[in-house]
Design a protein around this ligand. Structure first.
Ligand code: DX5
Ligand code: ZN
Length: 258
C-alpha cells in the first residue's frame, strides 16, 4: 500500500474550481480537524513519568507531546529515545515527538522505530522538507514541520501539501513554563487561512505557554492541536483542567476568525 495516499496533501476541495464557485458552494469553510489536547511531559514529574502519562491518559489527553532537546538547537537537554521507547509500552496514546535538535535527518528513524507516531522537525534545521516528509511517511509516521517564533510561515507553507501537521512555536523553544508570545496568533491565522484556501486538512499545532486563559484565543486563531506542559502538569487535577480546556475550545467559535 502506498502510505502516502493516506496523508495530506489530502486536498478536500477541488482547487480547479474558481474561487467564487468554491465560496458559493461553501467550499471555503474551514477544513475542520479534530481538536486534540497534547500534554507536554517536559513539565511532568520525571521520577514518576509512566504514572504521569497514565494519569493524563485517564484524564482524556489525545496525544503525548514528547520534547527532545539536544543542547545545540536549543540551550537545554531533555529526554531521548530510551525514554520514548519506555513510554511506548505504557500508553496507547499517540506519541508526538518534537525534535528540537540539529541534524534531525540522522535521528528521525530511531525515534519512529522507538514508537513515535508523529515527528516534528524544525524548519530552521531541515535541509529538504519534502524529502523529510517522505522519509517520515515511509517509516510510517506522520510528518510535521515546526517553526520558531522568529521564523516566517513562508518557510513552511510552500511545502504544506507534503505534511500532516505544522507546529507553530509560541515560545522560544528550550524550556517549559514561559509566557505565550502573542505574535503566534497572527501566524496561526495566516496558516489556517492559507490551508483553507488551498483546501488542505493539516493539523496546526501550537506549542508554548498555552493555558486555560488563552486556549480559546488560540483555537479561534486556527490551532487544533494544543500542546500544554505547565498548564496541565502544573494543575493538581489533570481531568479537571483538560475538561475545562475542552470546554473553552468548544466555545471559542470559528466565527472569531477573520
Ligand atoms: C518548549 C517545548 C514545549 C513546552 C511547553 O521548548 O517545546 O513543548 O514543554 O511547555 P509550556 O506549556 O509550559 O509552555
Ligand atoms: Zn514541544
Amino acid at each position: 500500500m502506498n502510505r502516502r495516499l493516506l496523508h495530506p496533501g489530502r486536498r478536500l476541495t477541488n482547487p480547479a474550481l474558481p474561487l467564487a464557485a468554491r465560496r458559493a458552494h461553501g467550499y471555503l469553510v474551514r477544513m475542520e480537524r479534530a481538536d486534540k489536547i497534547a500534554p507536554s511531559i517536559l513539565s511532568a514529574d520525571f521520577a514518576r513519568l509512566g504514572e504521569e502519562v497514565a494519569r493524563v491518559e485517564r484524564a482524556g489527553a489525545d496525544l503525548i507531546h514528547f520534547d527532545v532537546m539536544d543542547g545545540h538547537f536549543v540551550p537545554n537537554i531533555s529526554i531521548g529515545v530510551p525514554v520514548l521507547e519506555s513510554l511506548r509500552k505504557v500508553t496507547r496514546l499517540p506519541l508526538d515527538a518534537h525534535l528540537m535538535i540539529e541534524n534531525p535527518e540522522k535521528y528521525v528513524e530511531v525515534f519512529v522505530k522507538a514508537g513515535a507516531n508523529s515527528v516534528s522537525v524544525h524548519a530552521e534545521v531541515c535541509k529538504d522538507i519534502p524529502a523529510m516528509a517522505m522519509r517520515l511517511h515511509d517509516l510510517g509516521a506522520r510528518a510535521s514541520i515546526g517553526i520558531n517564533p522568529e521564523t516566517d510561515v513562508e518557510r513552511v507553507l510552500p511545502f504544506a501539501e507534503h505534511l500532516d501537521m505544522i507546529l507553530i512555536m509560541s515560545v522560544h523553544p528550550g524550556f517549559g513554563g514561559q509566557g505565550f508570545i502573542p505574535g503566534a496568533l497572527d501566524k496561526l491565522r495566516i496558516v489556517r487561512r492559507e490551508l483553507d484556501r488551498r483546501g488542505l486538512a493539516l493539523d496546526i499545532e501550537i506549542d508554548g505557554g498555552v493555558k486555560l486563559g488563552n486556549i480559546a484565543d488560540v483555537k479561534a486563531a486556527g490551532a487544533n492541536v494544543f500542546v500544554s506542559g505547565s498548564g496541565i502538569f502544573g494543575h493538581p487535577d489533570y481531568t479537571a483542567i483538560i475538561n475545562q480546556m475542552r470546554d473553552k475550545i468548544a466555545h471559542a467559535g470559528a466565527s472569531v476568525r477573520k
